[in-house]
Design a protein around this ligand. Structure first.
Ligand code: CTP
Ligand code: MG
Ligand code: K
Length: 174
């Protein structure tokens, strides 16, 4: 999940500039996505998530087992590369999909939508990974993995956003 956790906070640090929706509004008079979803955030977020995934791959490729679990062999690494991309990019797609929904609900950029804000990127990462690499997804996914992620993620999300707010890269502490 690490390649999916990094992109949103990296987008908050490196994002800004030209918005993905080009400033356009829909018939409801509201922005398609809003100024909080930018090209720079999407690209930098994906690259940072993938960088972390590559570090994980490098580390894991140097050993055969971890905590008694047999790690993927080198031959499986190309598939892992694809998954690193779908986890990182999917996280940002999940986030911007929910910005689309937030705008349709009349919520302005930065307005909180509890639970959705904390888990949209997890859903995006899982859905894109499942669609692109269903074999890898089903092999790694289980009820307990999902449960752990759904419990831990909002706690991590809330705490990193408070830090982001305090250091001035986020406008709101959520
Ligand atoms: N960000 C970005 N590009 C993205 C995603 C995020 O530039 N694709 C940056 C923006 O500066 C954004 C910040 O990261 O303000 C925090 O992201 P988020 O909380 O998801 O955006 P909000 O500003 O809260 O906007 P929204 O209401 O649409 O969620
Ligand atoms: Mg927000
Ligand atoms: K969000």
């Amino acid at each position: 999940m690490l390649p999916a956790y990094i992109p949103n906070s990296s987008a908050a640090v490196f994002g800004g500039g030209r918005p993905l929706d080009g400033g356009k509004t829909l018939k409801d008079g509201r922005r398609i996505l809003g100024d909080g979803k930018t090209y720079r955030g999407l690209i930098a977020g994906t690259l940072c998530g993938m960088l972390l995934g590559l570090l994980q791959m490098y580390y894991l490729s140097r050993q055969d087992t971890m905590f008694g679990v047999t790690l993927p062999s080198f031959g499986e690494l190309p598939g892992a590369l694809v998954v690193i991309f779908t986890l990182a990019f999917g996280a940002l797609i999940g986030d911007l999909s929910m910005s689309f929904v937030k705008r349709r609900l009349g919520l302005k950029r930065g307005a909180p939508l509890p639970v959705v804000d904390q888990l949209d990127f997890v859903l995006g990462a899982w859905v894109l990974t499942y669609l692109v690499s269903p074999g890898w997804f089903t092999a790694s996914f289980s009820f307990y993995v999902a449960l752990a992620v759904i419990i831990v993620t909002p706690l991590l999300h809330v705490s990193t956003n408070i830090v982001g707010y305090l250091i001035g890269v986020k406008k709101e502490p959520w």
